[in-house]
Design a protein around this ligand. Structure first.
Ligand code: FE
Length: 257
């Protein structure tokens, strides 16, 4: 599956439902590496997942508009508070009527990304929370400390694609080749450094991995890098759930200090 950066790519489609990758663009890769945005449409209503910072805005608007009118975007989901996820919030609130779903821990910080109407923010404040879209429910699931203290992923029960935020993120540039992880072992160098340093601990990763196994997704779609599908889903969960990371590596981080 090749990346067509300017047109997006449909990852799942049936009569009522689509899960769409909205592309990546080489010239955007000046800061945080290859950043993915996604759009889910159900019965004509849409939700954007981590639509990104200011410098992505014009492309994400134009690609999303190929699939849906901005007036029909009912929700925007932010996995966490990082600027590459959510700094475009004021612009998105201006061009859509969407509600914003984000951990309650980050609500108070959002006005620092611009003047925003906090009445349109829905604080995510319980372990499992339904996110209604076009008559169905998506499911917000916890991903705390992976890497943010208030962090969530989003399960789409129709496509069975799990949007994972920064979990599974790869430190790669957009090169126009496959959007999918083709060979798990050769992808490991692109994900290992980030997960060891940013993810909080093996306790947090193993808890998340066992929760995700119960939901049995067919794809893990991260905010950065390539998508895991089929047998690479369980390979990734096995790898992540047994990774020493974050505070597990404090001795290494402190060295002789
Ligand atoms: Fe992040």
């Amino acid at each position: 599956m090749n990346m067509k950066s300017n047109y997006g790519q449909i990852l799942y489609e049936d009569q009522d439902h689509k899960f769409i990758w909205l592309g990546a663009d080489e010239k955007e890769d000046t800061g945080v590496i290859m950043t993915n945005q996604y759009l889910i449409i159900h019965k004509g209503r849409g939700i954007l997942l981590d639509p990104g910072g200011l410098h992505l805005f014009s492309r994400v608007v134009s690609v999303a508009s190929r699939f849906i009118s901005l007036d029909n975007i009912d929700a925007i989901f932010f996995s966490h508070q990082d600027p590459d996820v959510s700094s475009g919030i004021a612009l998105w609130l201006g061009v859509t009527k969407a509600k914003i779903y984000i951990s309650e821990l980050w609500v108070r910080f959002l006005p620092h990304f611009g003047l925003i109407d906090t009445n349109r923010i829905v604080p995510v404040n319980k372990p499992r929370m339904a996110l209604p879209l076009g008559g169905m429910d998506l499911e917000i699931l916890p991903a705390h400390f992976l890497h943010s203290v208030g962090c969530h992923c989003l399960m789409d029960p129709v496509s069975r694609i799990l949007f994972t935020g920064d979990i599974g993120a790869a430190d790669i540039r957009y090169t126009g080749d496959s959007l999918m992880v083709e060979d798990f072992e050769s992808h490991l160098p692109a994900i290992t450094g980030f997960h060891k340093r940013y993810m909080a601990s093996r306790k947090a990763t193993s808890r998340w991995a066992s929760m995700v196994r119960r939901h049995d997704p067919v794809m893990l779609a991260p905010q950065h890098g390539r998508i895991f599908q089929d047998e690479n889903v369980s390979r990734f969960l096995d790898w992540l759930g047994s990774l020493d990371c974050g505070v597990d590596l404090l001795d290494e981080l402190y060295g002789d200090a």
